[in-house]
Ligand binder design. Structure first.
Ligand code: GLN
Length: 180
């Protein structure tokens, strides 16, 4: 099995090293042909408008949809994979949820906290200009913060408002991999 890590912006090397540390072969995805033969893809955080426009220019978004690739998206990655982003369809509309960008505030209001993740347990979540999940139409809520969903899965795709890669904890990546 080989998993792609979208290599446009963000903590690409952190995601790669977590995946490699659990024995998963990884591939950096910079163009649509890099998707060939992958079993899934991780879309790191960053700036969703920038990542999204590069992905569509290079047809990577279309390639992910056509290949029905399972996606794990964090932060900006979550925004891109949501069906509703402030009234508009996300670029790769996979998770049936509604998102408000920067819904947890600006850079100054970024924070970290201990979350309780279903099936995993206590997990340090880092929220950086994080998107807020304001509605879950379908899928399981795997973690909440202040009563609000921050991690959602439909069984195939996994979306997180927070960054799970910062402290090198492998458990959320393993959760995604175990379900492929
Ligand atoms: N605020 C960013 C956006 O709207 C996401 C921030 C992040 O990925 N850490 O794209």
């Amino acid at each position: 099995m080989e998993i792609g890590v979208l290599d446009i912006q963000g903590d690409v090397s952190e995601h790669v090293s977590i995946l490699q540390s659990i024995g998963v072969k990884t591939r950096s995805v910079r163009k649509v042909s890099d998707l060939e033969g992958l079993s899934g893809i991780v879309m790191p955080g960053g700036e969703s408008t920038v990542i999204g426009s590069i992905m569509s220019q290079r047809s990577i978004s279309k390639g992910i949809i056509e290949r029905k690739l399972p996606v794990m998206g964090t932060c900006a990655g979550l925004i891109l994979m949501s069906k509703n982003v402030e009234g508009k369809e996300g670029l790769i509309p996979l998770l049936d949820i509604s998102i408000k960008r920067n819904g947890f505030g600006s850079q100054r209001e970024s924070f970290e906290t201990d979350l309780s993740v279903k099936g995993i347990g206590k997990f340090r979540g880092v929220f950086i200009r994080a998107p807020r999940i304001i509605r879950v139409n379908s899928g399981d809520v795997l973690a909440t913060y202040d009563g609000e969903p921050v991690m959602v899965s439909d069984g195939k795709h996994l979306g997180l408002s927070f960054h799970p890669e910062i402290y090198g904890d492998v458990r959320i990546h393993r959760y995604f991999i175990d379900r492929l």
